[in-house]
Design a protein around this ligand. Sequence first.
Ligand SMILES: NC(=O)c1ccc[n+]([C@@H]2O[C@H](COP(=O)([O-])OP(=O)(O)OC[C@H]3O[C@@H](n4cnc5c(N)ncnc54)[C@H](OP(=O)(O)O)[C@@H]3O)[C@@H](O)[C@H]2O)c1
Length: 268
Amino acid sequence: MEFQKIGFIGCGNMGSALATTIQKNDRSIYLSNRTPAKAEALASKIGAQVQSNMEIATDCDLIFLGIKPQMMGDLLQEISSTLNARSTPAVLVTMAAGLTMQTIQMLAQGNAPIIRIMPNTPVAIGKGMILYCTQNVSQKATDEFCSLLSGAGRLDELPESLIDAGSAISGCGPAFVYLFLEALADGGVACGLPRAKAQAYAAQTLIGSAELVLQGEQHPGTLKDAVCSPAGTTIQGVRELERNGFRSAAMEAVIAAYDKTCALAKKE
Ligand SMILES: NC(=O)c1ccc[n+]([C@@H]2O[C@H](COP(=O)([O-])OP(=O)(O)OC[C@H]3O[C@@H](n4cnc5c(N)ncnc54)[C@H](OP(=O)(O)O)[C@@H]3O)[C@@H](O)[C@H]2O)c1
């Protein structure tokens, strides 16, 4: 077993969701956070221990850096000499949007093994999509890492050059999907449905439709055709979506998010 002691520096939305998932494996979990109360609350909820950033950098085998990209420089400056003094290097896990593994290594002033992940918010309920790539990490350690995170949802390895593109769908996508879900429910409310029912129908329809795509062999276009009877009702709705540029809007949303990530990365 490569990872006995697992540390989380930064217990915000994503750090705490991942710590909660990993805690279900039989490992020791250590938490630190700039505002200690947040780490203390999470520690008592999941049965972990609170430590300082430096203690985690000294002792943990796998260290999740759950902080915002703009805070990464200061944090790695604080812990890099501790990390570099270790006889067995810790594997660092970065989830910072737009920061490459090379940038993390440069900020850490060493040659640390790195796993870069791009999770999304549904990891909190085990239905997430986690994209990942690695540098200087053995296959055995990578496999163990994937197994530790398997309770968070699907994992998929990508070349680092495609992580930002993937993230524009799966990392940003929940926001796009919620807009669509809310709009479907609004349409139902406009037709007289109570809000709660309209929202539940919309959400369950998104889940079921997405599951059909993931589980089956059929192209989404074929699945769409199966709902559209000739001269029926659904094709009239499809006509309205097309008239209002729905597909183009969805494509442009992904491309705009990708472009913004690239622009932020250039600024670093
Ligand atoms: N949320 C998403 O959907 C999502 C998706 C993919 C990737 N990510 C990535 O995940 C990372 C975390 O995002 P988030 O949404 O979880 O942010 P967040 O909720 O703001 O959490 C960041 C946490 O880091 C703590 N922190 C900041 N500086 C610290 C330091 N020097 N030492 C220890 N703790 C420190 C903050 O403490 P305080 O309590 O004092 O503020 C806060 O609790 C980001 O890099 C983001 O790009 C997020």
